[in-house]
Design a protein around this ligand. Structure first.
Ligand SMILES: Cc1cc2nc3c(=O)[nH]c(=O)nc-3n(C[C@H](O)[C@H](O)[C@H](O)COP(=O)(O)OP(=O)(O)OC[C@H]3O[C@@H](n4cnc5c(N)ncnc54)[C@H](O)[C@@H]3O)c2cc1C
Length: 289
């Protein structure tokens, strides 16, 4: 395929689809390359839409696509996530440990792990020995003060968020500010050229949607990759202790800024939506078995 890519079509409108659409549209918007981004999403197949925890890199993504952090926190019930606290992770009674998002001090020049393993820090956990974030989390403090600007921080953080609301915010931002065209329709077929490249998707409600580049964000449906190109799913089931999930929201008075991953009697429970701005907080509890 040698023709210029002018028309990018994303199939699927969950977190993946709207993030890809937003990142591409924001990247090409200032240029005069004439690149159009279209997103086709089914009005009938819901997105996964559970509470999610992100890596700190989400801050850069949100900044680059022009969303203010205050707006994001308000609209997506987001809280700041400083890492994950693993308790009873393999067996009940295992020593809990933190995976903080701030890197060990002097990470670029010295490997503190060697010194910690040698016992230099005494009988304290690795996180406590190498980053102040351990104490910030243990004391229930936020990773930034209220006066610190959007996306800046004292210790590193990502977010916990309501994925359904996040997709809504991304949709509004992408269509209103980034010029992404939104088509609400079910994809029922795929059209391709003699070389096998996809040229259009057939939809039930809106006819054919053509494009030069198609990106499959249809989640487990895997419409383009799996169903059309027959790319097999590589199952990782053999690595998993559990492979099913029930996601529910509960009210909690716990204030936390870490994902709390507890393995309880062979069921894993995640509590991760602690809010540092207000209480009571909303938590997502996921029970896998
Ligand atoms: C319990 C649980 C906890 C999780 N926790 C985390 C976490 O902490 N952090 C994290 O990063 N991830 C987490 N995940 C994973 C994350 O939620 C999913 O990977 C992510 O939401 C999937 O988003 P997606 O956009 O790829 O797919 P989906 O949300 O499934 O979206 C698929 C999109 O494709 C569209 N579609 C499907 N078929 C068609 C069709 N025929 N025509 C048109 N459109 C179609 C749908 O309408 C939808 O818009 C978790 C998942 C679960 C279940």
């Amino acid at each position: 395929m040698t023709k210029d890519i002018k028309n990018i079509v994303i199939v699927g409108g969950g977190s993946a689809g709207w993030l890809v659409a937003s990142i591409l549209a924001a990247r090409f918007k200032p240029s005069d390359l004439g690149i159009r981004v279209t997103l086709v999403e089914s009005p009938n197949v819901p997105s996964v839409g559970v509470g999610e925890g992100t890596w700190p890199s989400m801050r850069t993504t949100l900044k680059n696509i022009g969303i203010s952090e205050a707006e994001f926190i308000r609209e997506c019930d987001a809280s700041l996530k400083q890492g994950t606290w693993f308790k009873d992770w393999v067996d009940v009674g295992d020593t809990p440990y933190y995976h903080p998002f701030s890197l060990p001090e002097g990470f670029d020049s010295v490997n503190l792990a060697e010194h910690w393993l040698a016992g230099t820090a005494g009988d304290i956990s690795f996180a406590e020995a190498v980053t102040p974030q351990f104490s910030v989390c243990e004391n229930g403090r936020a990773p930034k003060q209220i006066g610190i600007p959007n996306y800046a921080y004292t210790v590193n953080y990502g977010y916990h968020l309501d994925a359904g609301k996040f997709a809504g915010l991304l949709t509004r931002n992408a269509t209103q500010h980034l010029n992404v065209k939104h088509i609400s329709a079910d994809v029922t077929g795929v059209l391709s050229d003699a070389e096998g490249y996809i040229t259009a998707v057939q939809t039930e409600q809106m006819g054919e949607v053509s494009g030069d580049l198609f990106i499959d964000c249809t989640g487990f449906q895997s419409l383009l990759l799996g169903q059309h190109y027959k790319v097999p799913l590589t199952s990782q089931r053999h690595h998993l202790f559990n492979n099913a999930a029930v996601a529910v929201q509960v009210l909690t008075l716990t204030r936390t800024t870490v994902s709390r991953d507890n393995a309880i009697d062979r069921a894993d429970q995640w509590l991760g939506m602690g809010h540092w701005l207000a209480e009571p907080t909303r938590c997502w509890t996921r029970v896998l078995n």
